[in-house]
Write a protein that binds this ligand. Structure first.
Ligand code: PEP
Ligand code: MG
Length: 958
């Protein structure tokens, strides 16, 4: 969402006329890097269509839809003209709020500004303001509104008294994520107060996450003492966010309509609390304008409403929004109605004859349907009801012949197949009773949330838990709920409405948002299927009790997290790549996996015997007895090796002839450092600090970060910590740090490039790392560095911090290095090595950029092999440059735990290998299997090969 910030305000501007003011606005946007020069014409063209004057000396110039191609990044700039500018429509303007918007973000700004228009002295104050903060303050949005929607209602609850209703309402607030358990406990100790007309109230401030109002009504008529008891409101108070809602509640009571809530459904409760009287005539209509009710169509709507000469009110059909006068421009804009949303117009039926009221409502609805002065396209109501069936190639798999797939998680598995076929969800499109459908949806959402909660608990932290928590959050998304309820209100079944809401949201993410967010579409569908399965009572086929290899089309992260690791011996999927979410999770769980095997694996019969080789990415269907015996022997050897490796895990890592190579662990969660040490890690070679940032709803402050890093450092007990600074962008979005839409996010603002755009965030992180370490060894590395320029920018900041923080309060054994992930950094390693303290090669990205293959590409990532000779040559150059300057080199990409690659990396001179904690004992054991001379010979052999396949073949033969 766009917000106004003091830095975006330009004081004391001057312009000869409004055209000059528009030019100044365009120039400011361009200087800020938000638009290219062509946007200026867009501003003028838009202004020629109709004035962007909003009221109270404010105009909001913005480009036309066509000029959006000139927008580089969404943003807003405010220009103050203390002397004022005569606008072409006769008004006088003191402030231009000019917007560069790629989508409909300007509606957010508009909504923020509308409240300013109601205040009397704002124009003078804006003209006279002499600080940017004052202007930003004057223009900023008022306090948040308390939440009240279908999810905070608990209607028809089988309670026996007011206290039980109060508790039901409080529990509903907790389920909706608005309050914590402390709030529910506080409400339990409170006697509800009578409001009159059968309504009662409890309030609490403790444990409030989001201010909200819940209502629980009773299933049967009750009394409390002599008074009737219809329902209990439960208010989660925070600041004065609830004022508007309580005022509406009081209005409802003043109008004597409180009794009408007895037995009312959600739509009626919302209507009464929105200020619509029980006798009101109502009519709904859908907004068709591509960009919603922005200023121009809103103006037309207001004119159409005024023309009726009667008091028409309007609100959004869903949510708790108050019904406002349809003749007030600011209030209509403030609805923030977007395309596809339903407006509910109402007219108090007592005021005028019914025929006249009908005609007035008809006229405004027609105006909306006709587009309010804009060309509009019908809203596409087509709904997708069934998940596509996988296309199956009917080509039988040969028996007893190893088949190629992509190695995704190491290990060997021998077990019968269990094929997980995507279930079909069959359901009726329409349903007659919206209230019942809403209840079914509520119940399914609750069950889905409970399932996820249980899975998060079972996952006990780590990446699995993080992904599942994100799913939990998605499930509570009010917009998703609103969209589904809208569908239900229009007669759709809960299933149809829910799946349509999911598909629309997923599609919108794929189409509109940047690619980072687009990847969340898969997670949305995963969450959507969970709820759909509950609604349709489709249970996933029950896996056998005995061990099995799970064969599936692709596994969503929650499918992998749900796996019973005691029985699943391996994973074989038709789709997916080695760096897909599910593959990373399989590695984290230690389950051998081969992915991208093609759709024919889905034709396998359950119980078909399988051998799966996760190291080589092979699988064999119905193996012969000889092959089976050989595989069983290998498996037994592997288990023995694992047991021996586990026994020897605390030994110092070195090759057979004593050449020292440190083996450290990669972590995404500081809390797992102790576990890594217990697995024999000699340090943390890569702390992916972005996961720590992702676990917080906003950027963690200095103290929070110090506490997180200190947890890892304490657990390491003197072993080194290599922490990577925030690496977001590319495949790692950070919700509160949105990256502008980019055609190639992997080639865009990510890693250190992005961090340098917000030096204050980077500074806080560096400060926290330095302060968390004190006397313990700390190595900080920068991701995605392309040359020494970026390193120098951070070094300056870093050196300043070293000067600023007293030595007793910060790390003293500290090094600053860079990751080698971009080929240019490897090619320029000599110039970097002269200035950095160390290198750590991120082979995942280095391979991606050297081979120009997207690391997550479902079809190509099989070819994205870090043992490619081109990648190996880049590593060779990096090590040579570093050692020439006496600097050390680590490898922290997935290649470091590849058993075939380990001797090659050691032969190339790598000093440290950082691998997933689970792999630490095995990598240590692998090192002890060869000596340095052999490793060098393997490196030479590998470097001489023309392709990655040739490298693997050559090394396998030895
Ligand atoms: C890499 O690119 O190899 C790396 C270790 O970083 P990440 O996988 O987190 O991008
Ligand atoms: Mg990387």
């Amino acid at each position: 969402m766009l917000t106004l910030h003091p830095d975006d305000v330009l004081l004391a501007c001057r312009a000869d006329d409004w055209r000059g003011a528009l030019d100044a606005a365009a120039e400011t946007l361009q200087r800020g890097g938000l638009v290219t020069a062509g946007y200026r014409d867009g501003l003028h063209t838009r202004e020629a269509q109709s004035s962007t004057f909003l009221g109270n000396a404010i105009a909001i110039p913005h480009g036309t839809a066509e000029s959006r191609e000139h927008v580089k990044a969404t943003g807003v700039r405010v220009l103050q003209f203390p002397e004022g500018v005569d606008w072409h429509d006769g008004n006088r303007v003191h402030v231009l709020v000019t917007i560069a918007a790629q989508n409909d973000e300007h509606l957010d700004i508009l909504r923020q500004l509308t409240h300013v228009l109601d205040r009397d002295d704002v124009a003078e104050r804006l003209a006279a303001a002499d600080s940017r903060a004052e202007i930003a303050g004057l223009l900023s949005k008022a306090a948040v509104e308390a939440r009240l929607d279908a999810d905070t209602l608990c209607l028809g609850f089988p309670a026996r008294d007011a206290s039980e209703l109060a508790l039901a309402a409080a529990a509903r607030l907790r389920q909706a994520g608005c309050v914590e358990s402390a709030f529910v406990a506080a409400v339990a100790n409170q006697a509800p107060r009578a409001l009159g007309q059968g309504l009662w109230l409890v309030t609490g401030e403790q444990g409030v996450i989001t201010p909200a109002l819940a209502l629980a009504t009773s299933a049967s008529p009750l009394t409390a003492g002599d008074s009737p008891l219809t329902g209990v409101f439960c208010l989660a108070a925070q600041g004065d966010a609830h004022r508007g809602l309580l005022e509406r509640l009081v209005t409802l009571l003043e109008s004597g309509e409180g009794h009408a809530l007895a037995g009312a459904d959600a739509a009626t409760v919302m209507a009464r609390l929105a200020g619509e009287s029980a006798t009101a005539l109502t009519r709904r209509v859908r907004v068709l304008n591509a960009h919603g009710l922005h200023a121009r169509p809103a103006k037309q709507l207001v004119q159409a409403a005024r023309a009726q000469g009667v008091a028409i009110r309007v609100r959004l059909a869903e949510g708790s929004g108050q019904a406002v006068s349809a003749t007030s421009l600011t209030k209509v804009i403030n609805l923030g109605a977007r395309r596809g949303q339903l407006l509910q117009f109402s007219l108090d039926g007592n005021d005028i004859p019914a025929g006249e009221a009908e005609r007035a409502l008809e006229a405004v609805c027609r105006a909306v349907t006709e587009g309010l002065g804009e060309a509009v396209a019908p809203f596409d109501e087509s709904r997708e009801h069934h998940l596509p069936e996988p296309e199956v190639v009917i080509e039988p798999l040969p028996e007893d012949a190893p088949q190629a797939a992509v190695a995704a998680s190491p290990g060997l598995a021998i077990a019968p197949a269990f094929v997980l076929r995507t279930p079909r969800f069959a359901y009726p499109e329409r349903a007659a009773d919206p209230a019942a459908e809403n209840r079914r949806l509520d119940a399914a959402l609750r069950e889905g949330a409970d399932q996820l909660e249980a899975l998060v608990g079972q996952a006990r932290g780590g990446e699995v838990a993080q992904i599942l928590s994100m799913h939990e959050e998605m499930l509570t998304d009010p917009e998703l709920h609103q969209a589904a309820r809208e569908g239900i209100a229009e007669g759709a079944s809960a299933e149809a409405a829910w799946w349509h809401a999911i598909e629309t949201a997923a599609h919108a993410q794929e189409m509109l948002a940047d690619r980072l967010l687009a990847e969340r579409a898969a997670d949305l569908r995963d969450v959507g299927r969970r709820v759909l399965g509950i609604l349709c009572r489709v249970e996933l086929p029950e896996p056998p009790d005995a061990p099995y290899i799970l064969v599936a089309d692709d596994l969503g992260p929650s499918d992998v997290a749900r796996l019973d690791t005691a029985r699943v011996r391996g994973l074989l999927t038709a789709r997916g790549g080695a760096t897909a979410h599910s593959a990373i999770l399989a590695r984290a769980l230690g389950i051998p996996a081969a992915v991208g095997a093609g759709e024919r694996v889905l034709r396998l019969e359950n119980d078909t015997p399988l051998i799966l080789d996760g190291d080589r990415g092979r699988y064999t269907v119905a193996p012969s007895d000889e092959r089976l015996a050989a595989a069983e022997q290998r498996l037994a050897d592997q288990r023995r090796r694992e047991a021996e490796a586990w026994e020897a895990r605390f030994a110092e890592a070195h090759t057979r002839d004593g050449h020292r190579v440190e083996v450290a662990a990669n972590l995404g969660n500081a809390a797992h450092a102790l576990d890594a040490v217990e697995r024999g890690a000699e340090g943390i070679g890569l702390l992916r600090t972005e996961f720590i940032f992702m676990a917080h709803a906003s950027a963690p402050d200095l103290e929070t970060q110090i506490a997180e890093y200190r947890e890892a450092i304490d657990a390491l007990d003197g072993r080194p910590l290599v922490a990577r600074t925030l690496d977001v962008g590319g495949d790692k979005p950070l919700p509160y740090w949105p990256v502008p839409k980019e055609d190639n996010p992997f080639l865009g603002l990510r890693g250190i490039r992005l961090a340098l755009t917000r030096p204050e965030v980077l500074e806080t992180q560096l400060r926290a790392l330095l302060m968390a370490s004190r006397s313990r060894p700390l190595r900080i590395m920068l991701p995605m560095v392309k040359d020494v320029g970026e390193f120098r920018a951070v070094r300056t900041l870093f050196d300043r911090l070293l000067d600023e923080i007293p030595e007793a309060e910060r790390a003293t054994d500290v090094q600053l290095g860079v990751m080698i992930e971009v080929p240019s950094a490897a090619l320029l390693a000599p110039s970097l090595a002269a200035e950095v303290d160390f290198f750590s090669v991120g082979t995942n990205d280095l391979t991606q950029y050297a081979l120009a293959i997207d690391r997550g590409h479902p079809d190509l990532s099989a070819q994205s092999d870090g043992l490619h000779p081109a990648v190996l040559r880049l590593i060779e150059m990096t090590v040579a440059a570093a050692h020439a300057q006496g600097k050390w080199v680590g490898v922290c990409g997935e290649l470091a735990s590849d058993a075939t690659a380990v001797p090659v990396l050691v032969g190339l001179g790598v000093d440290e290998l950082s691998v997933s904690a689970r792999q630490v004992p095995l990598v240590k054991a692998r090192l002890a299997e060869f000596d340095l001379a052999e490793a060098r010979a393997q490196a030479t052999l590998a470097l001489a090969q023309p392709t990655a396949e040739a490298v693997r073949d050559a090394l396998e033969v030895r």
